[in-house]
Design a binder for this molecule. Structure first.
Ligand SMILES: [Mg+2]
Length: 430
């Protein structure tokens, strides 16, 4: 049965809608709110954003005029209990409110950590559109959810999870997964910064920092690390290969080197440039000759490598499926049971002693994918931790930062939670 039917039955059983708080009403949050609110049995009753104009703009699209916008938890609680839809300009008291489900759509690792951790501890289900946070403290958040009997999930609609769906499909069908990944959407300009992309960002009505996190490769590295950590597949190599490929050549490019491809072994994540974007893919093989024969008969190519390809990912449009899946199936769409890979920080310019690091999509560093075991061996610091860190040593452009190079921001919750995660005794894949 489709979720739309199951959600109706759930509402009848509950006697009311599931009350959702949406934090962050930017492009992703706005799109998410517009979709989830139309699903039966799910209602956005609280929108949190520092900008009240974004709250009213989203509520307007939901058919709600003049919502109460407040920063007083008592007033907000009373309004929610009276069945009203409310806006809030602060998220600090979110965990105390009468809410069932929190959707975190700020995209900022530190804010995501504060909201996710406090709300999971308060036994609320939490869905995030914040893969940058997940690659930094995902295993700890999953454990916190399990300990509190609730769900922590990264939302459907982004490449790591839609590629994971293909990996699960392939594994269920007894295929060997040779490679899994995505097509990179924007041209790779590793040293780009918010100034160099500003004109393009303005034309696309995007935040320059956001566009820069795409062009400098941070986003692709982050997504492929999330894919490795959720599937248990290895990272192909530090920084990955990122070859050029097309929809037609995927299975030839992501073959083993002995067979003319780029890979030195099977079972890895990687990305490619070319017309595969905005899609995701899995390259599979079968050790059963008759299955390979059937695949060829079914127009999947001559084999032995076959590409399973989904040509789209629908971001906020399909992300609400993760709420339905959590509510109905009590299942997380994506979390990190493995620590296969890390997103570490590579300098985009020479950095001097005392210089402050501005985080993902900024002027100073870009995200770089590494095997978790190598990152640990070399004491590399995850990029999710370095916002507002101060340089202790001068380093040239193109350096991977270590914990010894920087003074981390000790007021940051994500820094504290990452230390907690490091003490959990996770097994690091080699
Ligand atoms: Mg994406």
């Amino acid at each position: 049965m489709a979720y739309s039917e199951k959600l109706k039955a759930h509402r009848a059983k509950l006697g009311r809608d599931v009350k959702i708080a949406l934090v962050g009403a930017g492009q992703m949050g706005h799109g998410f709110g517009c979709q989830v609110d139309r699903m039966p049995g799910l209602s956005v009753v609280l929108v949190v954003d520092i900008d009240p104009a974004r709250i009213t703009s989203l509520y307007k699209d939901l058919g709600v005029d003049d919502p109460l916008i407040s920063s007083d938890p008592a007033e907000i609680t009373a309004a929610l209990n009276a069945g009203k839809r409310v806006g809030a300009t602060s998220s600090s008291f979110l965990a105390e409110l009468p809410i069932d489900f929190v959707v975190e759509a700020t995209g900022v690792p530190e804010i995501g950590a504060q909201i996710s951790y406090s709300c999971l501890k308060a036994k609320m289900d939490v869905a995030v559109l914040n893969v940058e946070m997940d690659v930094t403290i995902g295993p700890l958040l999953h454990k916190t959810a399990v300990d509190n009997g609730v769900i922590y999930t990264v939302c459907h609609g982004d490449e790591p999870i839609e590629a994971k769906v293909l990996v699960d499909f392939a594994r269920d069908l007894n295929f060997e997964v040779v490679a899994a990944g995505k097509g990179k959407n924007n041209p790779f300009e590793p040293l780009s910064n918010p100034d160099s992309v500003r004109e393009r960002a303005t034309a696309k009505k995007m935040n320059p920092k956001m566009l820069c996190s795409f062009t400098d490769g941070s986003k692709t590295m982050t997504e492929m690390v999330a894919l490795a950590n959720t599937t248990g597949l290895e990272l192909s190599k530090r920084g990955m290969y990122g070859p050029a490929a097309t929809v037609k050549t995927l299975q030839d490019v992501f073959a083993l080197q002995a067979d003319g491809g780029v890979l030195d072994r099977a079972g890895v994540v990687d990305y490619c440039t070319g017309d595969v974007a905005p899609g995701v893919f899995v390259i599979v093989r079968s050790d059963q000759p008759y299955v390979s024969h059937e695949m060829s008969y079914l127009s999947m190519g001559p084999g032995p490598y076959f590409a399973l390809y989904r040509p789209y990912h629908l971001a906020s449009v399909e992300a609400p499926l993760s709420v339905a899946r959590a509510v109905i199936d009590r299942e997380s769409s994506l979390y990190a049971p493995h620590l296969m890979a890390e997103v570490v920080a590579m300098t985009k310019k020479d950095l001097a002693v005392g210089e402050k690091i501005d985080g993902i999509g900024g002027f100073t560093v870009r995200g770089y994918a590494d095997k978790a075991s190598d990152a640990r061996k070399e004491n590399l610091v995850p990029i999710g931790l370095v916002q507002n860190a101060v340089m202790k040593r001068a380093v040239p452009v193109g350096t991977l930062l270590t914990y010894d190079d920087v003074e981390l921001d000790e007021n940051s919750l994500i820094v504290k939670l990452r230390r907690e995660q490091d003490a959990m005794g996770l097994t690091y894949a080699s």
